[in-house]
Design a protein around this ligand. Structure first.
Ligand code: APR
Ligand code: PHB
Length: 388
């Protein structure tokens, strides 16, 4: 088999890249290890930067998002039982869209199917070859049969645990990492969201976040020790802890109910450089991970796709500047989002052995934010997404 761009990974990165390239007349094949149902069962974040919204519309997959998504013009931060709002629209004239990543992925799969896009599920043993030549190829097995795909380029959209990053020689690849000493315990419940916008709460007991998926599907998180297990947390224990950490006025109106999903996720900051080696490009979680605090994961995947899509279109028009500069341009934006996600995580979470002074520093950060439009603007422009 031959294609122009072989895409490894059928998550948001791989599907969005495939959809955009297909619409530009560039052939792709997507290789996905899991079934479509498995990919769609993953529960992920739900805040889209406006640049991501525009890319989804450009890819022709934004209709349901426009209909079912929630445009948010601000968010709440809270500490010491008091919340305040960051008004993105008033401060910088921008907004975000709240629409679950699962739904984005569902829309992308539907669009791929409607265009007869080639997405091969259940691939095993994907291996990348001859990346440092002008004739790279990918091999894999499916249902016991060996396959080879010859291509011009390979897009490694295979997430943190995929084979693409590992295909870059150890003497070329440089990795940067910070692992946080806590996790997020998240739940979904068929209950109305406690607030019309998100609430990020700093509390001496730990961070909490109130989010949503729709008018009757809420998403909540509390920071927890990495040693905790999901089975350690009954629904009532979760609701009681969430109420302790969010402002009283929110806790009093919180509608609780049975959780339909409960999971604990670790937090890490991670970047691999370079994001290109020979004919291989790394995209999305294959190249970088952010703590979910700033809701940057999917949005960084989208900006990588933006740079690579335009670079590949340019390449097939005879100009290789875009693909040559992909890694440099993508990393410039990745590092700024990593910084924002790290800073928000540092400000809002309780760290083990944190001193009373450290807690006061976090509270002073939040007090300064509440009292300064300049400080709010800095947070707002990073939260809604820096320009591509
Ligand atoms: N062969 C084929 N597919 C693979 C392989 C492999 N060896 N290894 C991983 N994959 C697939 C995974 O099954 C997954 O569906 O690659 C896909 C990678 O998708 P994601 O991990 O979702 O990464 P990405 O598409 O970059 O999206 C980033 O998703 O994980 C969230 O927080 C993250 O919001 C961010 C977004
Ligand atoms: C979510 O809705 O899951 C969510 C929202 C904002 C975040 C993280 C997660 O920062």
């Amino acid at each position: 088999m031959r294609t122009q761009v072989c895409i490894i990974g059928g998550g948001p990165s791989g599907l969005l890249l495939s959809q955009l390239l297909h619409r530009a007349g560039i052939d792709t094949v997507v290789l996905e290890r899991q079934s479509q149902d498995y990919v769609l069962a993953r529960v992920r974040a739900g805040v889209l930067e406006w640049g991501t919204v525009e890319m989804l519309n450009e890819a022709g997959v934004g209709a349901r998002m426009e209909k079912e998504g929630f445009v948010h013009t601000g968010t709440y931060l809270a500490a010491r039982n008091k919340g305040f709002r960051i008004d993105f629209d008033q401060l910088i004239g921008k907004k975000v869209m709240v629409y679950g990543q699962t739904e984005v992925t569902r829309d992308l799969y539907a669009a791929r199917a409607s265009m007869d896009g080639v997405v091969i599920h259940g691939t095993e043993g994907v291996a990348l070859h001859a990346l440092d030549t002008d004739a790279p190829f990918v091999t894999f097995t499916k249902d016991g049969t060996e396959h080879r795909i010859d291509c011009d380029y390979v897009a490694g959209c295979d997430g943190f645990h995929g084979p693409s990053r590992k295909a870059i020689p150890a003497n070329v690849l440089k990795e940067y990492e910070r692992v946080y000493p806590f996790g997020w315990l998240g739940v979904l419940s068929h209950t109305p969201p406690v607030s019309h916008e998100l609430i990020y709460a700093n509390h001496e007991r730990g961070f909490a976040l109130c989010s949503m998926r729709n008018a009757n599907l809420s998403r909540y998180y509390v920071q927890c020790p990495l040693t905790d297990k999901v089975e350690d947390w009954s629904d009532s224990a979760f609701w009681d802890e969430l109420k302790r950490r969010i402002p009283e006025d929110a806790a009093e109106t919180l509608v609780t109910g049975p959780t339909i999903e409960k999971s604990i996720a670790p937090l890490r900051s991670f970047v691999a450089e370079p994001m290109r080696w020979g004919r291989l490009f790394l995209v999305g979680d294959a190249a970088h991970i952010v703590p979910p605090t700033g809701a940057k994961g999917l949005n960084l995947a989208a900006s990588d796709v933006h740079y690579l899509y335009h670079g590949l279109v340019q390449f097939y028009q005879g100009d290789d500047e875009g693909v040559t500069k992909y890694s440099e341009k993508a990393l410039a934006r990745v590092w700024k989002s990593e910084r924002f996600s790290w800073s928000l995580t540092t400000m809002l979470h309780r760290f083990p052995n944190q001193s009373a002074f450290d807690q006061r520093m976090q509270e002073a950060d939040l007090d300064y934010l509440e009292s300064s439009d300049a400080a709010k603007k800095v947070l707002a422009e990073n939260y809604v997404g820096l320009p591509f």
